[in-house]
Design a protein around this ligand. Structure first.
Ligand code: IPE
Ligand code: IPE
Ligand code: MG
Length: 254
């Protein structure tokens, strides 16, 4: 079984992004309703958040509900929103105690009022923490985020607050919902699908991608360590050659 002692502390990603997929299939395989899979998935969230904090990861982004997920059957959407409220209500104290700071990215205003209230309270409660930043992507999609950023930037140009010539990658990044976070170095997707499903498209330009057939409710600490061990074997080249990287002080773009 993989263990944390096998990890090289000098080569840990600062930011891990996870597409938590396969709750429905996990439940179906057990003859249960999809919603049962979502409930069990919360146990994995709890374990992975604690494990990430223990390992020393600074940022953990979890894709919990996409813009496209609003198109699911009404009962499933309602169950997911209810689960979100109950989970935040139950877990906020533990997050606070464990040094976890909660952030939310996505179209916050599209969430039901009761969700917004619980989330806001938990964000306020944990605002003083800095051990692990837990970023929940809710009602999130990259195309929503990027077009929204473009719109707000255009408004600032129109208002004379930003000059056209000042627009570059760095400036554009400040209009994204992730403006305060570094880009993820590692993206994990569970449940055997090989796609990004509209998650952090801009931010994952140079992320290492890791896919596992394990369904989210079965994904636990050893699986996270396995993904990290795999990540630590990779050579991140950023467009350069292997030889360049082996020089004493290679230039690595931030
Ligand atoms: C991930 O599991 C949870 C959400 C997208 C909310 P799914 O519900 O997508 O499970 P599968 O992919 O249908 O098995
Ligand atoms: C991606 O999973 C979204 C979340 C994990 C929240 P989906 O199950 O919705 O993605 P697709 O539809 O299979 O691409
Ligand atoms: Mg899915």
């Amino acid at each position: 079984m993989p263990s944390t002692v096998q990890l090289d502390p000098a080569r840990l990603p600062r930011h891990i992004a996870i597409i938590m997929d396969g709750n429905g299939r996990w439940a179906k395989e057990r003859g249960k309703d999809r919603v049962y899979g979502h409930h069990e998935g919360v146990l994995s969230v709890r374990e992975i958040v604690n494990a990430a904090a223990e390992i020393g990861i600074e940022y953990l982004s979890l894709y919990a509900f996409s813009t496209e997920n609003w198109n699911r059957p009404k009962v499933e959407v309602a169950a997911l929103m209810e689960l979100l409220v109950n989970t935040i209500r139950k877990e906020a104290e533990a997050l606070k105690k464990n040094g976890v700071r909660l952030h939310v990215i996505g179209d916050f205003d599209s969430l039901p009022a009761v969700c917004r209230k619980e989330l806001r309270e938990a964000m306020d409660m944990t605002a003083g923490n800095s051990r692990l930043n837990l970023i929940l992507a809710l009602s999130y999609s990259s195309r929503w985020e990027i077009s929204n950023a473009a719109k707000r930037l255009a408004a600032d140009v129109q208002a004379g607050l930003v000059a056209l010539d000042d627009i570059d990658e760095k400036r554009f990044g400040t209009y994204l919902t992730t403006a305060d976070f570094p880009d993820p170095e590692l993206m994990i997707r569970t449940s055997g699908e090989y796609r990004i499903s509209n998650f952090l498209l801009y931010q994952m330009a140079y992320a290492e991608l890791y896919f596992t057939p394990v369904h989210w409710p079965s994904f636990r600490k050893p699986h996270l360590i396995e993904a990290l061990l795999d990540y630590q074997q990779r050579e991140r080249r950023f467009g350069m050659t292997s030889e360049q990287l082996r020089q004493p002080h290679p230039y690595i773009p931030s």
